[in-house]
Design a protein around this ligand. Sequence first.
Ligand SMILES: *[C@@H]1O[C@H](CO)[C@@H](O)[C@H](O)[C@H]1NC(C)=O
Ligand SMILES: *[C@@H]1O[C@H](CO)[C@@H](O)[C@H](O)[C@H]1NC(C)=O
Ligand SMILES: *[C@@H]1O[C@H](CO)[C@@H](O)[C@H](O)[C@H]1NC(C)=O
Length: 930
Amino acid sequence: MDKGMAFPAPKHAKKRVQSIQLGLVLLAVCSYSLTYLLWPNSRTENLPINTESIIAQCSALHLTPGPPDNFRERSQSDRFEQGTRPTLIHNATIWTGRHDGKEVIRGDIIIDKGLIKQLGSFDLRAYGSNVDIVDAAGAWVTPGIVDLHSHLGVDSSPALRGASDTNSLKGLTLPWLRSLDGLNTHDDAYRLSISGGVTTANVLPGSADAIGGQAFVIKLRPTKERSSSAMLLEPPYSLNGTHVDPFARPRWRQMKHACGENPSRVYAGTRMDTQWAFRQAYNTARIIKEKQDAYCAKALAGQWTGLGDFPEDLQWEALVDVLRGRVKVQNHCYEGVDIDGMVRLTNEFKFSIAAFHHAHEAYMVPDLIKKAYGTTPAVAIFATAARYKREAFRGSEFAPRILADNGLDVVMKSDHPVLNSRHLVYEAQQAHYFGLPENLALASVTSTPARIMGQDHRIGRLIEGFDADVVLWDSHPLALGATPKQVWIDGIAQISEPFVSSKPSSAQHAPATPNWEQEIKDAIKYEGLPPLEPTKAEAPVVVFRNVGSLFVKHKQTRTVTEVFSATATGQDSVVVVEDGEIVCSGVLACPDALTRANVLEIDLEGGSISPGLLTYGSPLGLVHISGERSTNDGPVFDVLGGVPPLIDGTLIKAADGLLFASRDAYIGYRNGVTSGVTAPSGGFLSGLSTVFRTDAAHKLVDGAVAQEVAALHVRLSLNSAVSVSTQIAALRGLLLGAGERKDDVGKRFTHVVEGKIPLVVEVENADIIASVLALKKEVEAAQGNAIRLTLSGATEAHLLAKEIGEAGVGVIVQQRPFPSTWQERRILPGPPLTQDSAIATLVAHNVTVGIAAGEVATVRNTRFDAAWAGLESDGVLKKADVIALASSNLETLLGVEVPDADLVATKGGSGFEGKVVAIISPRSKKVNLV
Ligand SMILES: *[C@@H]1O[C@H](CO)[C@@H](O)[C@H](O)[C@H]1NC(C)=O
Ligand SMILES: *[C@@H]1O[C@H](CO)[C@@H](O)[C@H](O)[C@H]1NC(C)=O
Ligand SMILES: *[C@@H]1O[C@H](CO)[C@@H](O)[C@H](O)[C@H]1NC(C)=O
């Protein structure tokens, strides 16, 4: 229950209120008559004819939002769809969300009439045939995932010009706008997000305005009515003018606020302007509120003389409701400076903020947040998406843990489609990995957001009488790659064809996460910018003990193979490294090494040593802060876009623009990504990629640029200034006419045609891919050489898996596809919507597949992406194949000539149990500790 919020008056008390008010009315009417009778010539006032409704309105002003008192007695949900059969989920491991998220029940759940009817153990026979029985076989069940911050349905997927309804640019403060008015019911993302377990989302307006408008809570399932309104969960009564009972408590409303960069940038103003806009708006609302209060004080006292109409303003009523404590203010606010301004604002105007969203600096200012007026705001954040602008630069992966340590409510949110909300539980998994306790991590995407949006009387936990929003998982929900087997919303099963998952039993437990105590202290000490440079191990010999497995990459065959795997417990398997080279390894091997002096021993606790990973796909190596132009190499001229190239005939080399020592590069290195391939950003003819080391301090460090030129990159897109046919024609001309050109472009394309360097085509759409395959044939027929072609992006490549495989073409994809734009809308979503993933499908057709990072901030998660791809392949990809996705395969596909020989030592198990502790580097003859 929120601090400072009145409890609902009991029923009989309401009756008493009513009769007192009736008495007041009568008294007022009587005194009027009496006055008239006694002094018929005195000046008389008109008693308003709607006194009763005014009195009702006035006496309702103090009511705080919440469910009606008899809500618990409901036997059917207001969202129940007639004809839905009851379901019994048998033999589940149920995380209820109760008792601070620490309660787990083994048993059954009965859902009926849109509600959870019973939790516990039942005699199945009692239900006869009138119930659908699902045997969970002990699997985990949680409440539906609740997303506190989403633009689902308003920021459309695929993005189309006619469907961007997130931001109004008609003013800085627009509390009268409603996200509902842009809520499209046909968005591709509903189905996808449901398949990730998301059942409820708070759909917010964007952050271009200080006050962007009112948000609405929806359930994601399709409805019989097929309307936007039918998706709403407990919309405010005022929404459609059917406020039937003036004495009923109102329902919670939601409103978006944003401070900091976004509104300042959009309105070409400053933080000072935005903050003044807030104060001006709140002052307007305050004046109206005070007029209403004065008016009602008189009306309720029967002083009707000169009272006139109830002071109201349709544009400002929602903001007045904020001041009345009836609105959950969801506040996009990143930095300490902005949080400070908002905290001052709440105290000046006396209103509460439900949550600071994004809030990358919140973990540094917990005491400031506690100074906010009224209810202490929760903090709703991403797990590891950071550093994309100054406001996010000091973001820390340890923020959820630090905030929780300070007693603040932690919510993980998607900002969908910024992060695909299908994977919101992945945010909770990462928060857990970085130290947020299990109960709070699960709560951060269920019960906590439900409470912060004022819906915790019916969603976010599994309690008898709550909405039947339930997820049955194929593993523990905090395990990497956890996938719903079934999702019920309002008791209706959402996944029509359950997929087959064969996860090991170890996946049925929450991962035993690493110890991060020192890193957490450093995050606070260095205000989010702890030093990241690796330290060299002083001892010339490093002995890794308790090594669970050793994988190496062969220089010639370019394959990853397993050297050993310690299956028997208690057998010490060692890897001895001298001057950066493995000199001895094996189970119960290398006894001499252990007795040598000057040896550093590292216990890997069953962890692995495996090849360093390669990253490709993000602009890592060319940017420090992606949203800050002055920290980046910058975009490439689009030669087809009408911009005259200044350097005609020369291809742009990414090597010339390399920027080293970015935080994302170092963080990538610390997570086992030892090198990167980056191409110049953008344009049709992007240029030549380069291979660089992620741990290098600058370009002139020995080996920093591992290979000056890797591949030639072009981009074919429906989102170009010119037609696809123009782009293909240009590419054909470059390939067929390469020999005639005497310039650098001619030379490089000749190398492509001769098969000396790969041609990497960034392309998403299957039709364009088909044209590229045809072009490849045409050029090969004309020139007589096989072209090394790699498709990058390639979201729709699975549609042509057979043809791509037969053409000997490689593909680089992102591990989690999403239909961001039209040209990538035909994704193969993977489990649970399809049995096969795109990667597994391509691999099955003998396509060499690499995986790409989407953003510089996700480079660090490469090893999780690869492991996840393995989990989704249902056994098709073995451990070595998984490593190859992000190492040897990428090297082949991108033209890396000398494979990176670094090895990464990980302490602890796989997935979220491991922590990278050392990088073994034969090239620089050392072991780096991270
Ligand atoms: C629940 O499922 C587990 C795992 O399949 C099984 O071992 C156990 O016997 C089941 N219990 C009941 C009551 O069905
Ligand atoms: C107005 O909304 C309520 C839910 O708040 C719903 O029960 C009612 O049917 C709606 N009325 C109309 C006319 O749409
Ligand atoms: C993939 O390659 C293997 C081994 O060369 C071959 O047996 C198999 O038929 C190929 N599969 C496809 C779909 O081409």
